[in-house]
Design a protein around this ligand. Sequence first.
Ligand SMILES: [Zn+2]
Length: 97
Amino acid sequence: MNSNSLLALTGQSWKLVAGVVLLLAGSIAPLFEASGMSWTVGTVVACVGYAFTLLAVRCPGCGSRWFWQAALDAGLYAPIFKGSACPACKRDYRDGG
Ligand SMILES: [Zn+2]
């Protein structure tokens, strides 16, 4: 992951990782009987992972939920992953905020 991304600069990369892990686990684990995870549980786990990422990743400055906003406007993914400033309040975190 780009260490200069907005997520890394604000220390929130782990939230994306955790959400993706849950999303994948809930989507894939039910395929394997040995996992003991039913499709119902898998769907819940996947939804929780997705919702967690949408709701937990926020701008430390203005509280804007970046992935929630990006879900509504896909053009915001670029600044979240490549930029260093909040798309909402324009606060730049490259120099520690
Ligand atoms: Zn902001």
